[in-house]
Design a protein around this ligand. Structure first.
Ligand code: NAD
Ligand code: TYD
Length: 346
């Protein structure tokens, strides 16, 4: 039995990972740390709160004293760091908290790992650290040796964290790994991101704000496939290594939006083209050869099935997202989409 500290477990991917891990490895103990920012929802963890092998602690990963105290108490074997400020648009509005949480928080977690016995550390990173690829070169993909070349304050803060992780490996010998995954989708995805936002707006017959011409391409992976990849890397990956995670499922934003409209039986007249994101990355595309060859990982959920499952989840769990879009998030939404684009999208 291992004790695993999962940070950011009240968020989208961390929450899915908690559920996945407790199901797949019920012998392990999971201690979830989350600051419960606007993006953290305890309702995501409601069904595991009473599991004797699960503990939730409301804690900021930058709170050194609190983190060190928790490590002393829990004596973890593994730390998996999902906690981050994760939304590109918010990072363009206000980069400061991204640097604080994504870089300083990562350093704090690794310092605690060093202090309490060289604990195994995994950093959940993103393909966005590689910048973007041109739309007219479908032959190009991100590999683990693609240079770091970031576009947004978000991706820069994640890249900064990755560099620190590798420095802790080289300098202190901390046993680390990094995964760089493409865009995830699935249950518990906060409705400020493309897929859940479009599902929620469609269901409410509200305009669907597509940035620019909707031609930007993302490489989508069902969240459970990402969870499986992280689990494999933590168990069997080589320390000091980076693993790209992605399922070769590239789609233009506009095609995703049209697919959601079709699945929900709505009309394409809901599509509203709005001002493009500043510095908008054109295309992300992962080459997952390394994780496939070394660890045998392959994505299991095809996009056609995953998107249906996801839409069904949002239909079956309306209270989860309706509560979110009626609260504090509404102010952000009004600011982002209300003024410059003169719309009332939610
Ligand atoms: P999310 O925004 O849904 O969740 C982030 C969670 O971290 C929230 O629960 C939030 O409360 C918590 N958090 C934020 N700041 C914190 C702090 N200082 N201390 C403790 N907890 C804090 O994000 P997500 O989409 O689940 O992403 C999780 C990780 O995966 C991030 O590191 C992100 O960079 C990475 N990632 C995301 C994607 C994607 O498509 N969503 C793809 C690749 C990598
Ligand atoms: P997002 O879900 O924010 O993920 P990321 O920027 O990290 O890839 O956005 C995915 C794509 O969808 C991105 O190209 C921006 C675009 N997008 C829109 O067109 N409209 C929106 O309202 C949002 C949130 C995103």
């Amino acid at each position: 039995m291992s004790t695993i500290i999962v940070t950011g477990g009240a968020g989208f991917i961390g929450g899915n990972f908690v559920h996945y891990h407790l199901k797949e490895h019920p012998e392990d103990r999971i201690v979830c740390i989350d600051k419960l920012t606007y993006a953290g929802n305890l309702s995501t963890l409601a069904s595991v709160m009473n599991n004797p092998n699960f503990r939730f602690v409301k804690l900021d990963i930058c709170d050194r004293e609190g983190i060190f105290k928790l490590f002393e108490e829990e004596k973890p074997d593994v730390v998996i760091n999902f906690a981050a400020e994760s939304h590109v648009d918010r990072s363009i509005e206000d980069p400061g908290i991204f640097l604080q949480t994504n870089i300083m928080g990562t350093a704090t977690m690794m310092d605690a790992c060093r202090e309490y016995g060289n604990i195994r550390y995994h950093q959940v990173s993103t393909d966005e650290v590689y910048g973007d690829l041109p739309l007219d070169r479908p032959d190009l993909f991100f590999t683990e040796t693609t240079p770091i070349h970031t576009s947004s304050p978000y991706s820069s803060s994640k890249a900064g964290a990755d560099l620190l992780v590798m420095a802790y490996f080289r300098t202190y010998g901390l046993p680390v790994t990094i995964s760089r995954c493409s865009n995830n989708y699935g249950p518990y995805h906060f409705p400020e991101k493309l897929i859940p936002l479009m599902i929620a707006n469609c269901l409410n017959d509200k305009p669907l704000p597509v940035y620019g011409e909707g031609k930007n391409v993302r490489d989508w992976l069902y969240v459970e496939d990402h969870c499986k990849a992280i689990d494999l890397i933590v168990r069997n990956g080589s320390v000091g290594e980076v693993y790209n995670v992605g399922g070769h499922n590239e789609m233009a934003n506009i095609d995703i939006v049209k697919l959601i409209i079709k699945e929900l039986g709505k009309d394409e007249s809901l599509i509203t083209y709005v001002t493009d994101r500043k510095g908008h990355d054109l295309r992300y595309a992962i080459d997952p050869t390394k994780i496939h060859n070394e660890l045998g990982w392959l994505p299991e959920t095809k996009f056609a099935d995953g998107i249906k499952k996801t839409i069904k989840w949002y239909l079956d769990n309306r209270s989860w997202w309706e509560e979110i879009i009626s609260g504090e998030y509404q102010k952000y939404y009004d600011k982002m989409y209300g003024d410059s684009n003169n719309g009332d999208y939610l």
